[in-house]
Design a protein around this ligand. Structure first.
Ligand code: URA
Ligand code: CA
Length: 431
């Protein structure tokens, strides 16, 4: 290991066998944290070649279990977002692309953060559950083209260990390490092809557009080198996506989007990401054709029908689709009134997310309970004109006192007197 740290420190390229030796040794505990720390710091400064990145990714894939989805007919395309606030795309994309024949076999987690993960959000639908057996999961995807199962098995233990180490050694922010970390998890979960939504802007992991592009390109290159067709979209996270931030509220927003009545930014991003998924699954020959399939499925009601079938198949009450009033409802509904006339110039996604978490929409620690009913719905986005007293956002709360939440929101949503341009939604695509 000393020799390999030195080799990387000096900027030389490691071989496949050397990378496998390191990942195997680190996973088993034979290589200690202090040597791995030095190694990741060497990567941080020296970077990795395309081949090293691909070998690192595959070594992490094989550090634990891999999911075998070969019993599912068709090309399994997974989508991954690098994270953001109020990102409801998965709830929309699953049923949407399934409705045109793309198999969606989603393994999802609960996770920490501003709102719950995909599973928490879906559990806002009364009766819906993800505790299903593997064979039932596969049957459901073959039958309905979409199912969601909770995370199980020992997937990419090398990544788990490495990510925790990077967190405390100032080596999280390294493109080869981030790219291999994300790609290893998708590949271990059985994806044949991958569509990536790399967020950029104030609320994203990568705040700078050039960095976001470099990360997207790194992941696309890894995917294609290891035989998983991969494409990436770089999308805006300078403000939250859509309007809703909160579990039941996002389910309602997803249902509206599937009926063609959702927020335009959320709908557009879903159509762009969805078109790539359809293309990679070979259900269309061109992006244009893929997009037409998706928009027709929304206007004909097929997308919404698929949502109903999907919810019912996993015990959910599908009447929420026609009647979102049967989703969990908050006791108190309050408005955040604008203090002055002007234009919304900034909606700091991170701190809007923190406000949602203060209401109970997310988990601060693994043990925290989520309140599925609460959250926020933005009534204005960047660039919108606003009059004093008009509502900037609606607060859904189960506690009457929302003083701290309002304070946080006033800090996050800035209004200026000068006219402001709405930000771009999609900055680039990497194919
Ligand atoms: N997300 C991941 O899964 N891994 C990283 O390294 C960074 C973000
Ligand atoms: Ca949203």
């Amino acid at each position: 290991m000393v020799d390999l740290i030195q080799k990387k420190r000096d900027g030389l390229e490691l071989t496949k066998e050397e990378i496998q030796f390191i990942i195997k040794g680190y996973t088993s505990g034979d290589i200690p944290d202090y040597q791995m720390s030095a190694f990741t710091m060497a990567i941080f400064f020296q970077g990795m070649t395309d081949n090293e990145r691909a070998e690192l990714t595959m070594a992490m894939v094989y550090s634990g279990d891999t999911i075998d989805l070969s019993e599912i007919k068709g090309i399994k395309v997974d989508k991954h977002s690098t994270g953001g606030v109020g990102d409801t795309t998965t709830l929309v994309l699953g049923p949407l692309v399934a409705s045109v024949g793309v198999p969606v076999a989603k393994m999802s987690g609960r996770g920490l953060g501003h709102t719950g993960g995909t599973i928490d959000k879906l559990e806002a639908v009364p009766g819906f559950h993800v505790e299903i057996e593997n064979n039932q999961f596969i049957d459901l995807v073959n039958k309905n083209k979409v199912a969601v199962i909770g995370q199980s098995g020992n997937l990419t233990p090398a990544d788990k260990k490495l990510y925790s180490l990077r967190d405390v050694t100032a080596t999280v922010n390294s493109i080869p390490l981030i790219a291999s970390s994300i790609m290893s998890k998708k590949i271990a979960a059985g994806a044949d092809a991958i569509v990536l939504d790399v967020k950029t802007g104030a609320g994203a992991f990568m705040k700078d557009l050039e960095e976001s592009k470099a990360l997207a390109k790194a992941m696309v290159d890894i995917g294609n080198l290891v035989g998983r067709r991969t494409m990436a979209v770089i999308s805006d996270m300078s403000q939250p996506l859509g309007y809703a931030i909160g579990n039941a509220l996002e389910v309602k927003e997803a249902i509206e989007t599937l009926s063609g009545k959702g927020p335009k930014d959320l709908e557009e991003l879903c159509l762009v990401l969805g078109s790539y998924m359809v293309l990679l699954a070979k259900k269309a020959d061109t992006l244009e054709e893929a997009r037409t399939l998706l928009t027709e499925s929304i206007s004909s009601g097929k997308a919404l029908e698929t949502m109903k079938t999907f919810l019912e198949a996993q015990g959910g009450d599908s009447s929420v689709v026609d009647n979102p009033g049967s989703l969990p409802q908050a006791k108190f509904v309050m408005e955040l009134e604008a203090k002055q006339d002007g234009y919304v110039s900034e909606i700091i996604a991170d701190s809007v997310g923190t406000a949602a978490m203060l209401l109970g929409a997310g988990r601060a620690t693994k043990e925290s309970e989520i309140d599925l009913a609460v959250g926020l719905v933005l009534n204005k986005k960047i660039g919108d004109e606003v009059k004093q007293g008009e509502s900037l956002a609606t607060i859904y709360s189960n506690q009457e006192d929302v003083k701290a939440v309002k304070e946080k929101l006033y800090e996050s949503i800035k209004v200026t007197s000068a006219r402001v341009e709405a930000p771009k939604l999609i900055y680039a695509t990497v194919e």
